[in-house]
Design a protein around this ligand. Structure first.
Ligand code: UDP
Ligand code: MG
Length: 325
C-alpha cells in the first residue's frame, strides 16, 4: 500500500514566542511517524505566516534551513486565522494525502496526530479533534463558547461542540472544501456539511505554551457573528417575530388609550408616547442593523476579492529547485 503523505498546517500570527518550542514538538512527532513508516518521508510541516509583525517569518526560514520537513508560505499581510487555514490546506492539498491543521501554540494535543493519521488510514476522510476538557481556558472564554454553541444549535446550525480547527482532512475532503467559494469563512460550520466518513477523537486542551491569545474579545465576537450570519437567516426571522410582538403590544395600548378617551379619563399621555417612541426606534435600529449585517455580507461576497494573497511560497520553490537540478 502507498504510504500516506502527510502535511501538518500551522497558521502563525506573531508567534515568535511559541514557534521555537512548538516546532520542536511537531518535528519530533513527524520524524517518529516517518521512522515508524506510518507516513512517507516526503511529509511536511507547513507554516502559514499570516502577516506577522514580529520575527515569525525569520524563525520559519531558519527552520526550513535546519530540516527539510519544514516549509512555509507567507501572506502579504494579515488575512486572519480562517484564511491562513484555507491557504495552507489548498497548498498542502496539492501534494499531501492527508492534511492536519493545528494552532501554533499547541493548545491542542499534538499526541493525537498519529492517531488521526491512523483513523485516516482506516478509511475516515474527516477526523475531528474534540476537547473534552476546557479547564485550561478562562471561565469567561468557556462561558462565551458555551453560549455560542447554544445559540448556534438553537438557530439550527450543525456544529460539533468543542471542536475548533484541530482536524485531519483527506485530500478529497480538502478539494471539496475548496469548492466553497464564500469569502466569509467559518470553517467549523462548513466541515460538517462536507459529509464523508468522519470520526471524532477526544483530547484535553492545554494552556498556551507562551505568548498571548490572538483572539481578543472583539475578534471573538466578530468571529461568532460571522458564524451565525454565514449559516442562518434566523436573526432576520427573529426581527419579524419581534415586530409582530411590538405591534400586538401597541394595539393593546391603543385600545387602552381609546377606552380611557371615551370614558372621559384623558391623560396627557406624554409618558406613554415617549416610551413607545423610543422603544419602537430601538427595535427599528436593531432590525436595520441586522439586515445591514447580511447586506454587508452580500456586498463582500459579490466583490469576489481574493481570500488571501501569498507573497512567498516555499513549497513550490523547493519543488521547482528539485525539478531544475
Ligand atoms: N492566527 C492567525 N491569524 C490571526 C489570528 C490568529 O493565523 O489573525 C493563528 C495563531 O497564530 C494561532 C491560531 O491562529 O496559531 C489560534 O490563535 P490563538 O491561539 O491566539 O487563539 P485562541 O486559542 O486563544 O482562541
Ligand atoms: Mg490558542
Amino acid at each position: 500500500m502507498k504510504q500516506t503523505n502527510l502535511a501538518i498546517v500551522v497558521p502563525c500570527y506573531n508567534e515568535e514566542a511559541v514557534l521555537p518550542s512548538s516546532s520542536k514538538v511537531l518535528q519530533k512527532i513527524m520524524h517518529d511517524m516517518i521512522d515508524n513508516e506510518q507516513v512517507s518521508s516526503e511529509s511536511k510541516i507547513l507554516f502559514v505566516n499570516d502577516g506577522s509583525k514580529d520575527k515569525t517569518w525569520e524563525l520559519i526560514k531558519d527552520l526550513e534551513a535546519e530540516d527539510t520537513v519544514f516549509t512555509g508560505l507567507k501572506f502579504s499581510r494579515n488575512f486572519g486565522h480562517q484564511n491562513a487555514l484555507m491557504a495552507g490546506m489548498k497548498v498542502a492539498g496539492d501534494f499531501a494525502d492527508a492534511i492536519i491543521t493545528i494552532d501554533a501554540d499547541l493548545q491542542d494535543d499534538e499526541n493525537l496526530i498519529p492517531k488521526m493519521v491512523e483513523s485516516f488510514q482506516n478509511g475516515h476522510e474527516v477526523v475531528l479533534g474534540v476537547r473534552n476538557d476546557r479547564s485550561s481556558d478562562s471561565s469567561f472564554k468557556r462561558w462565551t463558547a458555551e453560549t455560542f454553541y447554544k445559540i448556534m444549535h438553537q438557530i439550527g446550525v450543525q456544529l460539533v461542540p468543542d471542536h475548533a480547527d484541530f482536524r485531519l482532512l483527506g485530500q478529497r475532503a480538502v478539494a471539496t472544501l475548496m469548492e466553497y467559494q464564500e469569502s466569509n469563512l467559518f470553517l467549523r460550520g462548513i466541515i460538517p456539511q462536507l459529509g464523508y466518513s468522519s470520526e471524532k477523537l477526544y483530547y484535553q486542551r492545554k494552556p498556551r505554551l507562551a505568548g498571548e491569545t490572538k483572539y481578543p474579545l472583539k475578534k471573538m465576537i466578530s468571529f461568532a457573528l460571522d458564524g451565525i450570519t454565514s449559516f442562518s437567516v434566523a436573526p432576520i426571522k427573529a426581527i419579524m417575530s419581534l415586530g409582530v410582538v411590538v405591534i400586538v403590544i401597541s394595539l393593546i395600548m391603543m385600545i387602552y388609550a381609546l377606552v380611557r378617551f371615551f370614558t372621559g379619563n384623558v391623560t396627557n399621555g406624554w409618558a406613554s408616547l415617549m416610551t413607545s417612541l423610543w422603544f419602537l426606534g430601538g427595535v427599528q435600529l436593531v432590525g436595520i442593523s441586522i439586515i445591514g449585517e447580511y447586506i454587508g455580507k452580500i456586498y463582500s461576497e459579490v466583490k469576489h476579492r481574493p481570500r488571501y494573497i501569498i507573497e512567498t511560497e516555499d513549497y513550490s520553490t523547493t519543488q521547482s529547485h528539485k525539478d531544475n537540478s
